[in-house]
Design a binder for this molecule. Structure first.
Ligand SMILES: Nc1ncnc2c1ncn2[C@@H]1O[C@H](COP(=O)(O)OP(=O)(O)OP(=O)(O)O)[C@@H](O)[C@H]1O
Ligand SMILES: [Zn+2]
Length: 525
């Protein structure tokens, strides 16, 4: 199969064909840096990171550019509120952006242009638009003349005539609107206001509008036409419509071949957003105690990928809890090879630690491996259908989990060792294409999952190295029983730190605990 993507511009799925063979240029609209990133941002950047990873898996050389909007009224307001500067606010939240995205295993872009570093490109673009009659100066500002651009409305499907009819009487007024030829003309440059940061320009001192920065950044960093332009569905109008109007009027070329938009994360049916104030930040979700127990970064990533990227999602504690359980299943299967590399005949033997970087080549001649890869690709080729791709991972994880249980209980695995190893390798490899990897969750205990409620409902056998009794072990059964009971009490009281501590202690004593339905535990050593 070949990759197809839903193009918002044509409103249908299209075969993906890059402008230059084997290479793909991507531009993604970044954040306005005046607060911590929320779960809507997490979704947007996880989704586009996954697209990028998949394009790489498909063999494309990928160039990915994403901006930071660091000139904006909202940043200025924030700076005023806290008595600091626009620079100080944007620096702080840019740094926070990197911290949050790293936790979600989002790869860094090749370039992160900022508005404050793109002023030459912005002025050049406004100049070109003015030369061609698409821009006009008025009262210290410069505006884009929407009526002159024939294609205005082609992305959003909104006609200028309808917009005008709908807005009649509402937009005309004082301020900016009185300077505009048409109420839908938008600012490319805004004249300086007292005590606001400003830059010199041929139109007087001032600062750029929001839309022009993305057009200038794309042109400066990637050229006149790119393959894929991404962003949230809330940006279709006016931001992306205006980007198209600016870039295409100036260059005469299509700005992007494919326009991709992620669905919103909603709260009670309304978009989660900084300006509405109805948001949960990524760091609050991952770091602060949650009513149903801690949420790990990979559980959040998994939750996001469980929905198709274009559908809106409502984030509820129950949904996150269930994603936590699913991540646990996947995590245990991903850990498997690190614990059970046991069979000399398979070439997979103790001491030959199967460090997944790099994994040996997958044996695609094995039917199970070939089928898993084919099904995985078929899902993602279909407009990045991550739920289908995840189903492949869970199929593999389930089979691995079954054999892990058998090994834990001293039984022979059902798969032959070579197949089992390949299943594990294909799981680790394909999960990484979705950015689902071990080691991104500080709560992750390398010898097994943290002691949170997801585990209490999970009846799977434990992870942890299959433990042979240590010679000379002196701890009595009664003492172990006491530790297990203390851990159960801690879990009952939702004292997860204490439960984790006791679990670590039991692990150090090489005791394996199996939690039973109903809260009882079995153990052995
Ligand atoms: N709730 C959301 N769900 C999915 N994507 C979102 C959500 N909110 C923002 N995004 C996307 O994140 C990117 C950065 O958005 P931006 O910084 O404008 O955030 P915002 O919360 O919408 O801010 P503001 O409230 O100031 O408009 C954009 O591509 C935007 O579409
Ligand atoms: Zn943009």
């Amino acid at each position: 199969m070949a990759l197809t993507l839903y193009n918002s511009l044509t409103r249908r799925k299209e075969l993906f064909q890059p402008l230059v063979a084997d290479r793909v240029s991507l531009y993604c609209c970044g954040v306005t840096v005046y607060d911590y990133c929320h779960l809507g941002h997490a979704r947007s950047y996880v989704v586009w990171d996954t697209l990028r990873r998949y394009l790489r898996w498909r063999g494309y050389g990928v160039r990915y550019v994403q901006n930071f909007t660091d000139i904006d009224d909202k940043i200025l307001n924030r700076a005023r509120q806290e008595g600091s500067t626009m620079d100080a606010v944007s620096e702080r939240y840019t740094a926070a952006y990197f911290e949050d995205m790293a936790r979600l295993n989002i790869l860094e872009a090749d370039e992160y242009p900022r508005a404050t570093h793109t002023l030459d490109g912005i002025k050049r673009l406004i100049h070109d638009l003015e030369q061609k009659g698409y821009a006009y100066a008025a009262g210290g500002d410069v505006y884009y003349r929407v009526e002159k651009f024939q294609g205005y409305g082609k992305l959003s499907g909104r006609k200028l005539s309808d917009l005008q009819a709908g807005a009649s009487g509402r937009l005309a007024g004082d301020g900016e609107d009185s300077k505009k030829e048409n109420p839908f003309d938008f600012a490319l440059w805004k004249g300086a206001k007292p005590e606001e940061p400003a830059w010199e320009s041929p139109w007087g001192s001032g600062r750029p509008g929001w839309h022009i920065e993305c057009s200038a950044m794309v042109r400066d960093r990637l050229g006149d036409s790119i393959d894929i332009h991404m962003g949230g569905a809330d940006l279709v109008f006016p931001h992306h419509e205006n980007e198209i109007a600016q870039s295409e009027a100036a260059t005469g070329h299509p700005l992007a071949r494919y326009w991709l938009h992620n669905g919103m994360v909603n709260v009670g049916g309304e978009k989660m957003s900084k300006s509405l104030g109805n948001f949960t930040t990524i760091r609050a979700l991952l770091d602060e105690p949650q009513p149903d127990g801690p949420v790990s970064a990979m559980a959040l990533r998994l939750f996001i990928l469980q929905a198709h990227y274009r559908k809106p999602i409502d984030l509820t504690p129950e949904a996150l809890q269930s994603a936590g359980n699913s991540w646990l299943t996947l995590r245990r299967a991903l850990e498997f090879g690190h614990h059970y590399h046991y069979n000399p005949a398979s070439g997979w033997h103790p001491g030959d630690s199967p460090d997944p970087s790099p994994l040996p080549d997958l044996d695609r001649t094995l039917p199970e491996v070939a089928t898993a890869i084919a099904d995985f690709e078929a899902g993602l080729d279909d407009d990045l259908n991550t739920p289908v791709a995840l189903a492949v991972l869970f199929r593999l994880a389930k089979a691995i989990g079954r054999d892990r249980n058998r090994l834990t209980h001293g039984e022979q695995p059902l798969e032959d060792p070579q197949q089992l190893q390949q299943n594990w390798q294909v799981l680790v490899t394909l999960a990484a294409v979705l950015g689902l990897e071990l080691g991104y969750d500080p709560a992750e205990n390398p010898d097994g999952p943290a002691d949170h409620p997801a585990e209490a409902t999970d009846q799977d056998a434990p992870t942890g190295k299959a433990s042979a009794p240590e010679p000379g072990e002196t701890v009595s059964d009664a003492e172990i029983q006491g530790l297990i009971e203390a851990r159960q009490t801690a879990r009952h009281n939702k004292d997860w730190a204490e439960a984790d501590r006791l679990r670590a202690k039991l692990q150090a004593l090489k005791v394996t605990v199996i939690d039973q339905p109903g809260g009882d535990s079995r153990w052995y050593r």
